[in-house]
Design a protein around this ligand. Structure first.
Ligand SMILES: Nc1ncnc2c1ncn2[C@@H]1O[C@H](COP(=O)(O)OP(=O)(O)OP(=O)(O)O)[C@@H](O)[C@H]1O
Ligand SMILES: [Mg+2]
Length: 326
């Protein structure tokens, strides 16, 4: 593979503590297959590995020809490799219940006689709530620390960045909440006759939440532990998307592992008498490869050919892993 300075395998060798691996990029560029192939590869290196999907719409079971929904299962007969599609619906229900309890407590605390349910609906009926539940699921896995390597099949487009951006917003929001809760508490104490310390579950919850977010930030911004790899095709739009992503991630201080180019047509298989659209496509890819070298240069980690068939099932995944980590 000409032009690559630090390959995927070199990068991993240079990052022996690497633990959290993510694949980002435009929809349909090959994030899920790269995640699957990497997980198998890490497991083959002797690392206990979890391939996890936090998306509400999962694709791992389909990729692996095996049901991994709801609880982790060994995949592809690989001793150290587990796959896991998190049941987002279930965890959303759980978060709703938690929030319901907190709100009910708060309304009682503040002597407000409105039903909690109305607040619960408005707090949980927005799309950010689902994303937030997915993010929480991911953190749960990370904090439990039962595997040596976690490969996450993340949601496409801007979600990944938004999730991470959210941790900053959360911290600000929680600080504000804590401050006003503290003030309310002082006031209540001053007004009450008994002056005894009361339990404050909302405050406890916010403090715990802030801790979690702080911890997440430490893990996700540590270049020894975390890497986001960006997948692109040699085409204009996917290149534009990851260019933007990489800039965002730099701005957020989230470690970028490099760029994987997927779907390159192998020129030697294209004869001079190949159909015109094929020859045109090769020419187009050539031009975009130039752009890729210009933009990402020694950030390119791997170039994956366009295979004759889709990448599905353990055998194809292994074949891909061999190409990804040459
Ligand atoms: N190099 C390749 N050769 C042949 N088929 C490929 C190649 N790369 C990806 N595919 C196929 O393209 C499709 C999309 O791949 P994949 O599901 O990994 O993309 P994705 O980025 O995860 O998509 P989404 O954004 O929908 O999650 C799959 O059917 C996969 O098998
Ligand atoms: Mg996918």
């Amino acid at each position: 593979m000409s032009g690559i300075t630090i390959s995927m395998a070199d990068y991993i060798k240079n990052h022996p503590k690497l633990k959290f691996v993510f694949f980002g990029g435009k929809g349909g560029v090959g994030k899920t297959i790269m995640a699957g192939a990497s997980a198998l590869w890490f497991a083959r290196q002797g690392k206990k590995t979890l391939l996890a999907s936090t998306n509400p719409v999962h694709s791992l079971s389909n990729l692996l020809n095996q049901d991994v929904f709801g609880k982790p299962a060994i995949i592809c007969d690989e001793k150290l490799c587990w796959g896991f599609e998190i049941d987002t619906k279930e965890s959303i229900e759980r978060s709703k219940q938690e929030i319901r309890e907190k709100i009910a407590w708060f309304l009682k605390f503040a002597d407000i006689t409105i039903k909690a349910e109305e607040f619960v609906e408005s707090a949980t009926m927005n799309p950010a709530f689902e994303e937030s539940a997915m993010f929480e699921n991911m953190l749960d896995l990370m904090f439990k620390d039962e595997y040596e390597i976690y490969v996450f099949d993340t949601a496409p487009t801007a979600n990944a960045r938004r999730l991470l951006g959210m941790s900053k917003v959360y911290a600000l929001w929680v600080d504000k909440m804590l401050k006003s809760r503290e003030e309310a508490k002082v006031l209540r104490k001053a007004l009450s006759y008994t002056k005894k310390e009361e339990k404050d579950p909302l405050m406890d919850y916010l403090l715990g939440f802030k801790d979690r977010m702080g911890h997440a930030k430490v893990l996700l911004t540590d270049p020894a532990l975390t890497s986001f790899f960006f997948v692109t095709l040699p085409e204009a739009l996917p290149i534009a998307v990851i260019t933007r992503f990489i800039q965002w991630f730099h701005d957020f201080g989230i470690p970028v592992g490099g760029v994987i180019v997927n779907g390159l047509i192998q020129k030697e298989t294209v004869k001079a008498d190949a159909p015109e659209f094929v020859r045109n496509r090769v020419k187009m890819q050539d031009e975009h490869m130039e752009e890729i070298w210009q933009k990402f240069g020694d950030g390119v980690r791997s170039i994956i050919p366009l295979f004759e068939t889709e990448v599905q099932g353990p055998a194809m995944l292994r074949k891909l892993a061999d190409k990804l980590f040459v």
